[in-house]
Design a protein around this ligand. Structure first.
Ligand SMILES: [Zn+2]
Length: 198
C-alpha cells in the first residue's frame, strides 16, 4: 500500500484525459524513481505555466501572455478568422500549419441537451470582432458532430449581416469527428477544401 500522499497524487493524475487509475499509478512510480530528472522538472514547468496562464482577451486562446502569441503575430493575416469550439481545436489546427489567419474560440458548442445557449459562448465577442471591419473571411471549423454543425449554422446566420465570406471545413471529416483527434493531413485537407456555407 502506498502512503496517502502518493495515493492523492495518483488519483489527481488519474483524472487527466487519457489516463486511468492504472496508468496514473505507473506514471507516479516512474516519477518517484526520477525525482531529480523528471519530477522536479515537471513541477517547475507546471508552476511556471500556472503562474503565467492567461486567456487571450481577443481570441480566447490559452497562453502565457496576453494577447496570445497568435494574436500578437503580425505575420498572420487579420482578415481571416477561424472559429473553433475549444482551445484544443485551435491547437490542433495550428499544428497543421496551414491556416495563416487568426482564431476565435467559442468556449463550447450550442446544445439544447446541455442547456448551452448562444449567450453562454463568445458569439457576441466574435460578432463584435467582425463588426469592427477588416475581416474578409470567417472559417467555421466546428466539429463534425450534430451540435457542432448546429452551431455552425447558427453562426452563419448571425454573420449574414456582415460583408464577409463565411466558409466551413470541407466534408470528408469523419462524422462525429472531433478536430483534436484528426491527423494533421486530414485537417489540412479539410481546411484547404473549405467551401462557402449555404
Ligand atoms: Zn489571441
Amino acid at each position: 500500500m502506498a502512503s496517502q500522499e502518493i495515493e492523492n497524487l495518483a488519483s489527481a493524475l488519474a483524472r487527466l484525459p487519457g489516463l486511468g487509475p492504472r496508468s496514473a499509478r505507473r506514471a507516479v512510480l516512474w516519477l518517484l524513481k526520477r525525482r531529480e530528472t523528471a519530477l522536479d522538472q515537471l513541477l517547475g514547468a507546471m508552476a511556471e505555466v500556472r503562474d503565467k496562464l492567461v486567456e487571450c482577451p481577443t481570441c480566447g486562446n490559452i497562453d502565457t501572455r496576453a494577447p496570445c502569441g497568435i494574436c500578437a503575430d503580425h505575420r498572420r493575416d487579420p482578415r481571416a478568422i477561424c472559429v473553433v469550439e475549444d482551445v484544443s481545436d485551435l491547437w490542433a489546427l495550428d499544428r497543421a500549419k496551414l491556416f495563416t489567419g487568426k482564431y476565435h474560440v467559442l468556449g463550447g458548442r450550442l446544445s439544447a441537451l446541455d442547456g448551452v445557449r448562444p449567450e453562454d459562448l463568445t458569439i457576441g465577442a466574435l460578432l463584435e470582432r467582425v463588426g469592427q471591419g477588416g475581416v474578409d473571411e470567417v472559417v467555421l471549423a466546428m466539429n463534425a458532430t450534430l451540435e457542432g454543425q448546429t452551431t455552425a449554422h447558427y453562426l452563419a446566420e448571425r454573420l449574414e449581416e456582415f460583408p464577409v465570406r463565411v466558409t466551413q471545413l470541407a466534408h470528408g471529416l469523419p462524422v462525429g469527428g472531433e478536430l483534436d483527434y484528426l491527423d494533421e493531413g486530414t485537417l489540412a485537407q479539410a481546411l484547404r477544401a473549405r467551401r462557402p456555407v449555404g
